[in-house]
Design a protein around this ligand. Structure first.
Ligand SMILES: [Zn+2]
Ligand SMILES: [Zn+2]
Length: 207
């Protein structure tokens, strides 16, 4: 695969929601767009996807929405051909193991963003920038807390998480009361999805 642009968490501080989820989602979308295009144009790339047994449920449905109907037909036909061959050779086993290439890429990127976040945390200017964001989802917060680090950074992460939760709670309360009256929304307009992301991370994020 052609090297895709490597995003830094530094660019994510102006967006709402979890920083790591945000950058990861954009990495994943770029990768899927590129892969989708190449599986149709390049036999070799398509055969790699076929030998991985296609994509996981989540990514297959996402890829299907990005691809054209004929693109979906070309890939699924090759997957079916491979399965027919397996049955004919007698190698069709009861266990289904899908090595989803998008999950694999996303795992690598996530690992790298967690490491980058940890490195950025040692900069005081980044700590200030981070405080002004919505913070991390609890999945990524736990990933950071599980890294070996000094007690001071651990304290900083917990204190800022608590602050982010309290701010979000106020936004949710404002949103709920405005829904019942004025509907003149400000930043609380997005509070409900920021809150959902805080609980479970971005759509499709695995623990
Ligand atoms: Zn996250
Ligand atoms: Zn997947």
């Amino acid at each position: 695969m052609r090297a895709l642009m490597e995003r830094s968490l530094r660019v994510a501080t102006e967006y709402r929601g979890c920083l790591i989820c945000h950058v990861l989602d954009r990495d994943e979308s770029d990768f899927m767009a590129e892969l989708q295009y190449r599986t149709i144009k390049e036999e070799k790339v398509r055969q790699d996807v076929v030998s991985s047994k296609g994509y996981c449920n989540f990514h297959f449905h996402q890829m299907a929405r990005m691809a054209s109907p004929v693109g979906n037909a070309i890939l699924t036909k090759d997957l079916i051909d491979a399965e027919i061959k397996e049955i004919e050779k007698g190698s069709f086993g009861p266990t289904l193991r899908i090595d989803c290439p998008i999950c694999k890429y996303a795992d690598e990127r996530e690992e790298s963003h967690v490491r980058e976040f940890r490195a950025l945390l040692s900069e005081e200017s980044f700590q200030k920038e981070y405080e002004a964001t919505d913070g991390l989802c609890r999945i990524h917060l736990k990933r950071i807390l599980n890294l070996p680090q000094e007690g001071e950074l651990h304290q900083f992460m917990l204190a800022s998480h608590l602050m982010h939760l309290n701010l979000l709670k106020v936004q949710l309360e404002t949103f709920i009361s405005k829904m019942r009256s004025t509907r003149d929304f400000k930043e609380e307009k997005d509070s409900w999805w920021v809150a959902i992301e805080k609980m479970v991370g971005k759509r499709g994020l695995k623990k």
